[in-house]
Design a protein around this ligand. Structure first.
Ligand code: NAD
Length: 451
């Protein structure tokens, strides 16, 4: 089209101008109008607003659904990590079939258990053990990157081979959890999903609130409204004993002096459990685990990264308390913890509520699950040196005041009496199994060992 010189004069009233000119001229005029300063400003403002709108569309929590696929994201308390912005795909007939199959009970009087944190260390072992004995198991996990997600994926692959499907989602996702309870009438929930670790709270406190408090409340809200209500067994922690100096730690001891945000959120969980038991009749059992270790363990824990660093020839920090005080842990082997978890599920009474209303008093319990024999961390290193046949480069350091306590020691008589809990693996034997798994898993072409 030829340039029309008279259109260089931009009218102050475009509407009027429109009335006076033929359509094609008006169109051309609009093209030229874009090149004025006001037009440029308007144009770039629109682009900018559009980009902001798209950003919000991508990051805002949504639970839109279609007939085949649902998309959901973590809702609830906002979190500064990209974790809270992740979305998960779920829904559809095929997905529901997988959920149902995985949760199908195969043993007479078996349970149908929703295991949260199933791609985690304890969750993988508990899920596998439940499946082995014929219970229906549906896993649930958000596969966050607090530690190497490829280890979580390897555990998932392992569970898949034994018929356990892990639904990917966040425990803050109300719509997704509701859907799962519509598809399966879970008899039990084994709640292990959490932000673990003591020191990470200095870096990312929001993740503890997100998973251990908001997520737990969301899960309990769903459970209380489910019909039938499931019985819930969940992981608290020995860290709730905090600055308590009376040893061994008994469930009757004070737990109101947490030494870390992690411990505080676990303690909050115990109080929240009390509330949901009291108001809604949910059967709730909290398990205070004491430093769990073993194959498929957590890379952020000392026994795990000591092994890695000893093999690499890197020096390892060994903490000591004031006046060269020994730092010791009641290390508990994973198989013993699994037995304790199964004992808790087997002895859990039914919840008493229905339709969100309490119909009578329900069971509320808290147990220590430890090994009852604390071992100094320096002895742990000596055992690893022998098993790995490598001398460790020890670096003695003062115990920092950012969450770790000097000593843990469980009194387990209550769990012994009520759950038949009796740990049988000493640290030497357990570490031998861990080291065998570690060397096999991390050798080139490894990653295929069994639970
Ligand atoms: N391992 C121990 O020594 C120990 C000691 C005391 C208590 N605990 C508790 O036991 C439980 C299991 O611990 P673990 O050692 O297997 O830890 P883990 O980190 O290996 O497992 C926790 C799993 O939960 C998932 N998860 C976290 N937040 C989630 C969320 N918002 N939604 C969905 N999934 C989420 C993670 O992806 C992870 O796979 C945790 O509650 C932990 O606090 C563990």
């Amino acid at each position: 089209m030829k340039e029309m010189p008279h259109l260089d004069n931009t009218p102050s009233t475009p509407g009027k101008f429109k009335m006076e000119k033929p359509a094609y001229i008006h169109h051309h005029h609009r093209l030229r109008w874009h090149s004025t300063p006001l037009a440029k400003l308007t144009f770039w403002s629109c682009i900018f607003l559009g980009l902001i709108f798209m950003f919000f569309l991508r990051s805002s929590p949504s639970s839109s659904s279609s007939s085949t696929t649902f998309s959901s994201s973590t809702a609830g308390i906002s979190d500064t990590t990209r974790r809270s912005l992740r979305t998960f795909s779920w829904g559809g007939p095929l997905w529901e079939k997988r959920v149902r199959n995985s949760a199908r009970v195969r043993a007479p009087n078996g349970f149908s258990v929703l295991v949260t944190g199933a791609s985690g260390f304890v969750g993988t072992h508990v899920s596998a053990a439940l499946k082995r004995r014929g219970d229906g198991v549906l896993g649930f996990d958000n596969f966050n990157d607090y530690y190497d997600p490829s280890l979580k994926r390897a555990r998932q692959a392992l569970l898949e081979r034994s018929g356990v499907f892990i639904v990917e989602g966040d425990i803050n996702d109300e719509a997704l959890l509701k859907k799962l309870f519509e598809v399966v009438a879970f008899t039990h929930v084994m709640h292990l999903a959490a932000q673990a670790g003591v020191r990470y709270a200095m870096q990312n406190p929001g993740s503890y609130v997100h998973s251990n408090i908001a997520g737990f409340v969301n899960l309990l809200e769903i459970c209380k409204s489910a019909n039938p209500q499931p019985a819930i067994v969940w992981a608290s922690s020995s860290s709730v004993y905090g600055l308590n100096t009376k040893v061994p730690f008994s469930e009757k001891d004070r737990t109101d002096q947490p030494a870390s945000l992690y411990a505080a959120t676990k303690k909050a969980g115990e109080e929240i459990a009390h509330t949901y038991n009291h108001i809604y009749g949910l059967s709730l059992t909290g398990l205070r685990f004491f430093t769990v270790y073993g194959p498929w363990g957590r890379p952020d824990m000392a026994y795990f990264f000591f092994t890695k660093d000893i093999l690499k020839g890197k020096s390892i920090p060994i903490f000591e308390a004031a006046n060269h005080g020994t730092v010791a842990r009641d290390f508990t082997y994973i198989d013993d913890i699994v037995k304790g978890c199964l004992g808790a599920l087997d002895t859990a009474e039914k919840s008493t509520g229905s339709g969100g209303k309490k119909r009578g008093p329900a069971q509320l319990r808290v147990f220590n699950l430890g090994n009852t024999s604390p071992v100094p961390v320096s002895d742990l290193v000596s055992i690893l040196e022998r098993l790995l046949k490598v001398k460790a480069k020890r670096m003695m350091m003062k115990l920092p005041r950012n969450g770790d306590v000097q000593y843990t020691h469980a009194n387990i008589s209550y769990a012994q009496r009520e759950l038949g809990y009796k740990p049988t693996t000493d640290l030497q034997t357990g570490l031998k199994k861990f080291v065998r798994w570690y060397l096999n898993y991390y050798k080139p072409g490894g990653k295929k060992s069994d639970v």
